[in-house]
Structures are given as structure tokens and as C-alpha cells.
Design a protein around this ligand. Structure first.
Ligand code: HEM
Length: 419
């Protein structure tokens, strides 16, 4: 059935999903119903209504069919787990994401930042245009891998990055095609997906086996030892975590290249106060406001009776899309939303509704990696721009609304060393 949704999608949705969802919210309001082939969907676009869903997550909602395309990648990992399984996992994993534990990972992040700067130095000496997002992703993948399995699997196995990337692309396709059912079709790309998954699983299993000899380390493998679910958790962290962090850093670079005064002020602050200076924090926050990496979340009523949002009843088996993109660009809350303005997050900025900024989600299922992602993003943003002037060519870089909001086609950049 899922394929029907793909072929009967309104052309506008296929061509420009962000414009489609913006228009739907403008014309139909904060809770807008629509159909894609046989599927019923509800688009939720106001801060209040999105918060209402996320705050009632455990009673009324589950992740549902809208998140199912991730299942072939991350299985029963924390991101998709439900009910008691979710509760148990969240509790078991919490110690790995505390502020103290994240501080313990900062030296790893700093080392990988140095490696990133070294690679950018090579680009600076050739003067050639390169994909800055790809270089940033290499750094975030290395941090994720070292944080999770104690070693940089991507340096050990150069094919691993490509395999994960192809799996990610395939999952984005499943999302548009209506679900992971498509994986069962005898297509070359599906065969490739299974080969890639087997390769990635073998790499993870090998790292876990190696790590078993070092029981003193407090990390994911030590925490979930002997758990059959370990593979799913590792995939969740390797894929989703670093993906979002790399996107935040990439969009910040795009925005700063167009705003030299903001960049100069941020670099001066980072030089004086270090990478977590408030000016850097505000740039990262504004980057995730304007281009939220997790631009859309999805839920489905948990029970047969359905559930309500903003006074509207939603039937069971209806996909509820929570549009972070629309919330972050609501002009009533964020004046002139197109403008990149980190001062929106300054202490003296006008107050706005508390739940109107949600790059990491809200409520019980909010991002467990928020502190880690923020530490990493601030560090990379500060270090890249302290060392280099980044020039990004026209035409403008546009967002690619897939599973996350990547810059479409990467970020073609040239860098020169700051004197
Ligand atoms: C800037 C980077 C990141 C962004 C924007 C982000 C965003 C989000 C959002 C919006 C959610 C909620 C999804 C939902 O409610 O449907 C989420 C959940 C989650 N994130 Fe992140 N994330 C980031 C980085 C990370 C990192 C670094 C990790 C781990 C290493 C991570 C692991 C997770 C997990 C496991 C969940 C599921 C939590 C649960 O359901 O209990 N994320 N993330």
C-alpha cells in the first residue's frame, strides 16, 4: 500500500516539501489534515500544539509509521523503542549522557577538531573548492565512534562511511515511499542495503568483541554489556547523533559566510573566552533555529480510540507530523524568520513562549544526546572559524528535507587561513 502514497503525492510536496508544509499551515492553520494516497496525516505547526503532543508522549502517542523507515537501520534502539522497553533503555543509557560524562568526552572532541583543522589546512593550501559538510561529518563520525566503541571505526575501515551513507539515503527513500516494506523488493539497491548492513554489523560486532577485554571503561558497550540490543543502540548513536551535529555546524558555516560582522564578533569572543563562549552558543542555537536538523518529527495515536491535539480529535493510524521547521519560522514568535540573527538568544532579547524552540524535541523523549551534541557543535564552529575564513560560492545553499535537514549537495567552500 505504501507505494501508492508515493505515486499519488501532490506534485508540490515532492518538489518542495518545505514550501508545501508552509502553505498548508498558512491556509489550514496549526492543525491541518491532509491525505497522501490511502494515508491520513495531520500537520501540526504551532508551538503550543507541538508541545501538547510531545508533553503527552507516553500516554497518548507512539512513534508509529512515520518513524518506521528508520527501523531497518536502528531496530529497537532507544530512538524507536516504546513502553517499558523504552523506559528501561532510557534509564540504562542516561549515565552516559550526563554533563560530567560529556565533559569526559571533550578531549576526544578536541582531538578530532584538530584533525579536522589539519584537513582544512590542506584544502587551504590548494585553494580548491571542497565539500565542507563532508569534512565536518568525518569529524562528528569519529567523535561518535570513539565515544561509543572506544575507537574510530571510520579511520580503521574507510568503506564504513560510504556504507552508512548509502543506508541513510535508502532510509530517506523509504520515508518518501511510505515505509520500509520496500526493502523486501528484489532490487539491486535493496541488495546493496543488505550488504552494507551486514558490513556495518560485522564492524560493530568486531569492535564490541575487542572492547570486551577492557571492562574498566565506562562507555556504551560497558553499560549494555551482554545485551542483544547493543548493535541497535550503537547504530542509533553512530547514525542519528553525529548526523544532526554535523548539520548544525554546516549550516552555521553557511550563515556566517554571509554575515561577516557576526562572524568577526563570534571569533573575537571565542578567542577571548574559549569555544563555549556565549557568542558561539548563540550562533549554534540560531543555526538550529533557522535550519533545525530534526526539522520534522512524527507520532501516531497509541490507542484505538485515537487522541486529541489542540482540541481536535485524531483517529488511530493517523500519522501526526510535528513541523519544527514551521514552529521555528513562525513570524509571530520569530520576527523576520529568514534573517540569521544570533541575538535572538541574547539575555536581553524580547521574551518568547518557552516551548517555541525545540531543535532537540520536548518532553520525556527529548534528545538524550543534547549536551554532547551542543558541546561538539560549539567546539567545531568555534575552531573552524577561529582558524579559517570560510567562503561559500553562490548560488545559495538550500535545505534538503529528508530524514534530516542537510544542505542540499553539501557545502562547496574555500578556506583561507586567518592571519
Ligand atoms: C544537533 C544534534 C542533534 C539534534 C538536533 C537531535 C535531535 C533530536 C530530536 C528532535 C529528538 C526527538 C525525536 C522525537 O521526539 O521523535 C532526538 C532524540 C534522540 N536523540 Fe538526538 N539530536 C542530536 C544529537 C544527538 C546525539 C549526539 C545523540 C547521541 C549520541 C542523539 C541521540 C538521540 C536518541 C537516542 C534519541 C531518542 C531519545 C528517546 O526517545 O528517549 N542525538 N534527537
Amino acid at each position: 500500500m505504501g507505494g501508492l502514497a508515493f505515486v499519488t503525492q501532490p506534485l508540490e510536496l515532492r518538489r518542495d516539501p518545505l514550501a508545501f508544509y508552509e502553505r498548508l499551515a498558512r491556509e489550514e492553520g496549526p492543525v491541518a489534515r491532509f491525505r497522501l494516497g490511502p494515508k491520513r496525516l495531520v500537520l501540526v505547526s504551532s508551538a503550543d500544539a507541538v508541545a501538547e503532543v510531545l508533553m503527552n508522549d507516553l500516554d497518548g502517542w507512539m512513534k508509529g509509521a512515520g518513524n518506521a523507515p528508520l527501523e531497518p537501520l536502528v531496530g529497537e534502539g532507544l530512538f524507536l523503542a516504546e513502553g517499558d522497553t523504552w523506559r528501561r533503555k532510557r534509564k540504562a543509557l542516561r549515565p552516559l549522557f550526563t554533563r560530567e560524562h560529556v565533559q569526559g568526552l571533550e578531549p576526544i572532541a578536541r582531538e578530532e577538531a584538530v584533525h579536522l583543522l589539519d584537513r582544512l589546512d590542506v584544502h587551504a593550501s590548494t585553494g580548491a573548492t571542497f565539500d565542507l559538510h563532508a569534512e565536518i561529518r568525518r569529524a562528528t563520525l569519529a567523535v561518535a565512534s570513539r565515544g561509543v566503541v572506544g575507537t574510530d571505526l571510520f579511520a580503521e575501515r574507510p568503506e564504513l562511511g560510504g556504507a552508512l551513507e548509502r543506508m541513510w539515503q535508502r532510509a530517506s527513500f523509504f520515508m518518501n515511499a511510505g515505509g520500509p516494506w520496500a526493502l523486501d523488493l528484489p532490487l539491486p539497491k535493496n541488495r546493496r542495503f543488505r550488504e552494507d548492513r551486514a558490513y556495518v554489523d560485522a564492524a560493530i560486532a568486531e569492535a564490541v568483541a575487542r572492547r570486551a577485554g577492557q571492562p574498566e571503561l565506562v562507555d556504551l558497550i560497558g553499560t549494555l554489556r551482554d545485551s542483544a540490543e547493543l548493535r541497535d543502540e550503537i547504530m542509533t548513536f553512530l547514525l542519528t547523533g553525529q548526523e544532526c551535529a554535523s548539520i548544525a555546524v554546516a549550516w552555521a558555516a553557511v550563515a556566517l559566510a554571509r554575515a561577516p560582522a557576526i562572524r568577526r564578533a563570534m571569533v573575537a569572543a571565542a578567542d577571548a573566552e574559549g569555544p563555549h563562549a556565549p557568542a558561539v552558543q548563540r550562533v549554534v542555537r540560531e543555526s538550529m533555529r533557522a535550519y533545525p536538523p530534526a526539522w520534522m518529527m512524527a507520532r501516531e495515536p497509541r490507542h484505538e480510540a485515537g487522541f486529541s491535539v489542540a482540541g481536535e480529535h485524531v483517529d488511530a493510524k493517523t500519522i501526526v507530523l510535528l513541523c519544527v521547521w514551521n514552529v521555528h519560522r513562525d513570524p509571530a514568535i520569530w520576527p523576520d524568520p529568514e534573517r540569521f540573527d544570533p541575538e535572538r538568544f541574547a539575555p536581553e532579547a524580547p521574551r518568547r513562549p518557552k516551548l517555541s524552540y525545540l531543535p532537540f524535541g520536548l518532553g520525556p523523549r527529548t534528545c538524550i544526546g543534547m549536551t554532547l551534541a551542543t558541546m561538539l557543535a560549539e567546539l567545531l564552529v568555534a575552531e573552524i572559524h577561529r582558524r579559517f575564513e570560510v567562503a561559500i560560492d553562490d548560488p545559495p545553499i538550500v535545505p534538503d528535507p529528508g530524514m534530516t535537514l542537510r544542505p542540499r549537495g553539501g557545502v562547496p567552500a574555500r578556506v583561507t587561513r586567518r592571519s
